[in-house]
Design a protein around this ligand. Structure first.
Ligand SMILES: [Zn+2]
Length: 57
């Protein structure tokens, strides 16, 4: 399922609130912050966007 464009417009980098650019390579989708160049994974159409200092406990 392709990522919703409206969703993409409201998304921002969790670290610096920079704009997000959508990229697709083959079947792998990812989002990239144009400011800090951080790449976010997209799993099943859902972007995984967590702040840099986020720790899963
Ligand atoms: Zn960023």
């Amino acid at each position: 399922m392709p990522l919703d464009k409206t969703l993409l417009e409201i998304l921002a980098c969790p670290d610096d609130h920079g704009d997000i650019k959508y990229t697709k390579k083959g079947k792998k989708e990812s989002l990239k912050c144009v400011k800090c160049k951080r790449v976010f994974e997209v799993k099943d159409g859902i972007p995984i966007m967590l702040p840099k200092d986020f720790k899963e406990e």
